[in-house]
Ligand binder design. Structure first.
Ligand SMILES: C[S@@+](CC[C@H](N)C(=O)[O-])C[C@H]1O[C@@H](n2cnc3c(N)ncnc32)[C@H](O)[C@@H]1O
Length: 229
């Protein structure tokens, strides 16, 4: 029920002891698992859409956008930018399309696995201006570290994209781990409590606020590695 969300419960009270090993392993071994055809097709669609609207325009990624409230808000706030709302759930995206119809012209909602999209975008030389990861699934069991974005083999590709990375969560430990993983990769970040009075950017943020949860934001101005010649 709205306003009745449970706080995240985990068998971890501190950052995962295996975090450094896993981050370093993924840094040493680029992720080469085959990508699904539908993720490749989604990226081709994104490339075409971007070309048609102006490849010179700044790009904003809203990864795991759910019902796209934040994507719409960002598209209206930054009309000069091209906003890509990415989610694996067609059901959630369809709800967003219905709710916010007509979508702003500078917004594309795309069904895709973010991991595949980030890898393809990084390889294609995309360098977003900003990257939002708002309330990612926490995967709170310690055994699920590899499912959190900083424990996933795609983490180096996420860094390659660069831009100002902005994560929000109602589970501080997720963001503390992300900050540690970023530091291991030589990237600075800043973790802060999200002000109570600010307008909710997403449906999950709204729900957690109404449930009385404390919310956190981590901001990292990523420095991407130099492009290969
Ligand atoms: C907790 S919801 C948050 C949604 C939205 N950002 C919000 O705050 O309201 C997490 C979202 O991430 C999406 N998601 C999780 N893993 C994903 C992945 N690998 N690729 C794309 N979307 C993913 C889910 O479908 C879901 O919509």
């Amino acid at each position: 029920m709205f306003g009745n969300s449970e706080a995240v419960s985990s068998n971890q009270t501190d950052p995962h002891p295996g975090l450094e090993n896993i981050v370093r392993r993924h840094q040493r071994n680029p992720w080469r698992a085959p990508l699904a055809d539908h993720d490749r097709a989604a990226f081709v669609e994104a490339q075409r859409w971007r070309q048609a609207r102006g490849a010179h325009r700044p790009v904003i990624l809203d990864s795991g956008c759910g019902t796209a409230r934040s994507s719409v808000c960002l598209a209206l706030r930054y009309p000069e930018a091209l906003v890509f709302g990415l989610d694996q759930s067609e059901h959630r995206l369809a709800r967003g399309r219905r709710r916010f119809s007509p979508l702003p012209d500078n917004l594309l909602l795309l069904r895709t696995d973010c991991a595949g999209f980030w890898r393809l975008a990084g390889q294609a030389g995309w360098r977003p201006w900003a990257h939002y990861l708002l309330y990612p699934n926490p995967w709170p069991k310690s055994a699920h570290l590899k499912r959190r974005w900083h424990g996933h083999p795609v983490f180096p590709d996420l860094l390659t994209l660069g831009g100002t990375l902005r994560l929000r969560s109602n589970w501080e430990l997720y963001l503390r781990e992300m900050a540690q993983a970023l530091a291991l990769a030589g990237q600075a970040s800043r973790l802060a409590v999200l002000e109570d009075g600010s307008e909710p950017l997403t449906d999950f943020e709204d729900k957690y606020r109404h449930s009385g949860h404390r919310l956190w934001e981590l901001v990292a101005p990523l420095t991407p590695p130099p492009d290969q010649p």
